[in-house]
Design a binder for this molecule. Sequence first.
Ligand code: NDP
Ligand code: MG
Length: 380
Amino acid sequence: MKTIAVLGSTGSIGTQTLEVAREQKDIRIAALAAGRNIKILEEQIREFHPRMAAVWDEAAAEKLKISVRDMDVKIVSGMEGLLEISTLPEVEILVTAIVGMIGIRPTIAAIQAGKHIALANKETLVTAGHIIMPLAKKCGVQILPVDSEHSAIFQSLNGENPARIAKLLITASGGPFRGRTREELAGVRVEDALKHPNWSMGQKITIDSATLVNKGLEVMEARWLFGVDLDQIQVVVQPQSVIHSMVEFTDGAVIAQLGTPDMKLPIQYALFYPDRRFLGGARLDFARLAKITFEEPDTDVFLGLPLAYRAAREGGSMPTVFNAANERAVSKFLRREIGFTDIYKIITECMDAHQTRQNPSVEEILETEQETYELIESRW
Ligand code: NDP
Ligand code: MG
């Protein structure tokens, strides 16, 4: 029996994690956490019987307490609640499927309490990778990637000597606007940006896929997870999303992980690593697949990628600015307050205005996030 806790249980990754738990009978859910969606959270509590559940929003937590008073579950709220859930003694693996930098402190607390991390929340590594990775090593816990590209690399590295990595090849679908010009990109609508060609995901990451900011965040995530230089990471557009990523080794061999796009595979792999369990669903049919094609990403149009490389090369607090500016810009785009390419403008302006702090502490990372939000509010 594996005992896990899920932060962000009502979201895209969270609900798919619970689907895996439903199918694999030997996973026990000790705790769940959500932002404010208490309707779905209550259904999850009734099905999985966690002993604790956290709701970020206090008023929503109070409501939930009343509606589940017939159940043996403790309801907690706010950051205190998230921290309590992340450090429950019986939890072996914490699934971090929250969106945003809110995931940093619970992840650190869980590592310090000796929990393995099934990491979906990429913002944590992007902004605090320099704190998280050494801490995980010191505490002897595993960071198990859930992001499909990183899981593919992790699977490709299984049994290999990491010192023999020549480069990591991160694949990208190219998003719904692949092939468009800059002018065409300026006028795209929210509905179009939310139509990802191959994956069904939460709203924020779907927009990030359309801007290629997601790929940029993944480059930064990969750098921390696998301890390689930025120059050893190459992004390759592979529109069919069949190859989930690859590793080239020093002898020229390339090892890849392929499959139909289904996030349950990387989630399940992280939960049972190094074992593989049966997972239902469509299999790749190579005879019908016919072809897998490759392109270079268009970095003149999709500025998410070059901006991410710039932030990553600068290092320190700059990836936090990139991430926080993008987070706010995406919210504004989803509320139809700004156009699609304004997302790039906001990120660029915030990065231009920022004085980088090297080796920032968690407090400095959160301060940088706040300063970035304030700058955006004052200008846009
Ligand atoms: P969703 O928006 O679908 O879900 C986010 C989850 O986080 C929800 O359960 C939400 O609760 C919860 N949440 C938000 N704010 C808080 C808070 N302050 N306290 C507690 N819970 C909170 O996101 P995704 O599942 O798409 O993404 C989650 C993370 O995984 C992101 O970092 C994303 O980049 C990453 N990821 C996602 C992939 C995907 O396929 N979706 C693929 C690879 C990575 P509520 O419903 O109540 O708002
Ligand atoms: Mg991904």
